[in-house]
Design a binder for this molecule. Structure first.
Ligand code: SAM
Length: 234
């Protein structure tokens, strides 16, 4: 089902409704892991307190003049709130955590324009595709075992740009996330973090016509901007 099939009035109703999908056990373990961190009071987004990688996502989206953005694993919607403030017209947030969706909704109701935002509660892999200018995956891929399917899913939105931040594939990140995962598997109903290969992400997107035009690394994270070659050539 595409949101675009609805008239304006119907679309607003859809926007106010959170679309939900049933969750697999894997999805439930991810949601359970993050639910607790989103149980809080609604506050405006504070760009200055963002991770450097989140700031890069905002920068790339604005520099590329994206008017519609899909934020995969949007958490409490902080990046989307800043983007709306900066004039991005259409925002779609996909999130497994019910508490994350709830907090993001409350924040947009209090400090933004919720009529221009859609939410999908469920796995990104179940999201009914919608065309957007940009897809943002900020610190999400390491939560999911099937990162290949997640990254291929972005292609359904035919975005001009894709921005992805994931853990660097270094020995210390493998060691660190291995230790963290041993703990979370036991106490958080099966959640574990993965150190997938950023180069494999690049190879998959390259196969489908996207070129990596920027890469920034911190000690922990790696942020890549991919641009559709069609768009580069235009
Ligand atoms: C580390 S948090 C990052 C949140 C947000 N992107 C940010 O930067 O603040 C990862 C988020 O991705 C969500 N997530 C993980 N896998 C997902 C999936 N397959 N579909 C939708 N959301 C997912 C988790 O529920 C969690 O809220």
């Amino acid at each position: 089902m595409k949101f675009a099939l609805y008239t304006n009035n119907q679309q607003i109703q859809i926007n106010r409704t959170v679309m939900k999908n049933s969750k697999s056990n894997k999805d439930k373990s991810i949601a359970t892991m993050f639910d607790g961190s989103y149980r809080s009071e609604a506050k405006p987004a504070d760009f200055e307190s963002f991770d450097e990688s989140a700031k890069l996502h905002v920068k790339y989206i604005l520099e590329n003049k994206s008017k519609s953005v899909l934020d995969v694993g949007m958490g409490a919607g902080g990046i989307m709130m800043v983007l709306q403030d900066k004039g991005v017209e259409r925002l779609i947030g996909v999130e497994l955590s019910h508490e994350g969706i709830d907090l993001a909704k409350r924040r947009f109701e209090a400090f933004g324009d919720i009529s221009k935002v859609s939410f999908f509660e469920g796995s990104y892999l179940d999201f009914p595709p919608e065309t957007v200018d940009a897809v943002s995956l900020h610190q999400v891929l390491h939560c999911h075992p099937d990162f290949q399917a997640m990254i291929k899913k972005t292609l359904e939105s035919a975005p001009k740009i894709i921005i992805n931040t994931m853990p660097r594939r270094t020995w210390y990140m493998m060691l660190f996330l291995g230790i963290v995962s041993t703990f979370t598997i036991l106490v958080s109903k099966g959640f574990r973090a993965y150190v997938h290969s950023p180069d494999e992400v690049k190879d998959i997107l390259s196969e489908f016509g996207y070129e990596r035009v920027s890469i920034e690394k911190s000690f922990i994270w790696e942020t890549s901007l991919f641009r559709s070659k069609q768009n580069i050539e235009m």
